[in-house]
Design a protein around this ligand. Structure first.
Ligand code: PLP
Length: 385
């Protein structure tokens, strides 16, 4: 059987590969500790689970959900934007609930990218920006995120002919995998660039609530003109420890929301209504879970940063998100260093090169491992190298 070319060009999904490596090592009897995936181990807060338990018993929720989400969930998202960022969004035309943001990030390509079109993809970046481009028959133009530019793309370095062919640009601050934050004024530059080149901007914003040391992450949609050129993806996954629930949204330009909704309604379904109702409780109930998680992540960040200091490994202490982006020692590549840590310490880290060519020379450690396991992983790495 011959599969479609677009499948042949698709790399294996990074985290599926990591899962495979973990399973293989465990089969050898190794007590593997994974620092590879950003998946909180703490439970979803009890009041959200209680709301879900109640809703799951109501047969009204057992039927097909609307493709475009419950009006009351859309309204809660709109209120969240107003409360958090003072952004006004029409819940009926500027908000679209998603089965986790990954779904919409993949679908937006289908709405905007024809074969041969260019997508501006941050490098390193969340793998779906590039995979979605491949699936749509487009071409990714990687925008290197370099330490010397504080991991922001240099818009001036995008050649004019590339910009002319570009339909879509992804951005993501606070950033995965570098944990970098956006510089003041950068989003305004992006709006101007997008207007000039008629590019749709897709800002991926899942780590907006996880910030340290008093830093507050700005929403792209709060930038003047942003609602004319783009959208923002968000999800409950990281904010409320709800990665398994699959609930998120895309919000912003009415035109883009309509286009993504058209794709979604044709090939995908809405979110289980009970989950949307629990999602309203997440957004509008007590928010202390977020502060509690920030304390936990900040503690783990210190643990990792102090190890790096001792080992002479270099990384910036993150001001947001849940990752530490570490330079590999001289003489190693991302892959060889990640392999060394796996073989000698039984610890899984993500090789930076898996997030794009400019990720070469780094590994990523996620702070979503319980403290005692993270401490053990850190001790094992120290001993191994
Ligand atoms: C940058 C980024 N975008 C999107 C997602 C997808 O999140 P979800 O599909 O759980 O909403 C993730 C998950 O790790 C991420 O790191």
């Amino acid at each position: 059987m011959k599969s479609a070319t677009r499948i042949a060009n698709l790399p294996p999904y990074l985290f599926a590969e990591i899962d495979r490596k973990i399973a293989a090592k465990r089969a050898e009897g190794v007590d593997v500790i994974s620092l590879g995936i950003g998946d909180p181990v703490e439970p979803t807060p009890a009041h959200i689970i209680e709301a879900m338990s109640k809703e799951i018993n109501d047969p009204v929720n057992h039927r097909y959900p609307s493709y475009f989400g419950l009006p009351e969930f859309r309204a809660a998202i709109s209120r969240w934007y107003k409360r958090r960022f003072d952004v006004d969004l029409d819940p009926d035309t500027q908000v679209l609930p998603l089965v986790g943001s990954k779904e919409g990030i993949a679908h937006i390509h289908i709405a905007y990218v024809d074969p041969g079109d260019v997508v501006l993809v941050p490098d390193p970046g969340y793998p779906v920006y590039n995979s979605g481009t491949i699936l749509a028959g487009g071409e990714s133009h990687f925008m290197p995120l370099l330490a010397e530019n504080n991991f922001l793309p240099d818009l001036g370095a995008i050649p004019a002919d590339v910009a002319a062919k570009a339909k879509l640009m992804f951005l993501n601050y606070p950033n995965n995998p570098t944990s970098a934050i956006v510089a003041e004024g950068f989003f305004a530059e992006v709006v101007a660039f997008a207007k000039e080149n008629e590019i749709v901007v897709a800002h991926d914003f899942p780590y907006s609530e996880i910030t340290y040391d008093g830093y507050e992450a700005p929403s792209f949609l709060a930038t003047p003109g942003a609602l004319d050129v783009g959208v923002e993806f968000h999800s409950l996954s990281k904010t409320y420890n709800m990665t398994g629930w699959r609930i998120g949204w895309v919000a912003g330009s009415e035109e883009v929301i309509e286009a993504v909704g058209r794709v979604k309604s044709n090939i995908d379904s809405g979110i289980f209504n009970a989950i949307q109702k629990a999602g309203i409780v997440a957004l509008e109930g007590p928010q202390d879970i977020i502060d509690d998680m920030i304390v936990i992540y900040a503690r783990r960040r210190e643990l990792v940063m102090s190890l790096l200091g001792k080992l002479g490994l270099k990384a910036r202490s993150p001001q947001a998100a849940i990752y530490v982006w570490i330079e590999v020692p001289q003489g190693h590549t991302s892959a060889s260093f990640a392999q060394l840590i796996l073989d000698k310490a039984g610890v899984v880290v993500s090789p930076g090169s898996a997030y794009g060519p400019a990720g070469e020379g780094y590994i990523r450690i996620s702070l979503t491992t319980p403290d005692d396991r993270l401490k053990e992983a850190v001790d094992r790495i120290a001993e191994a190298i």
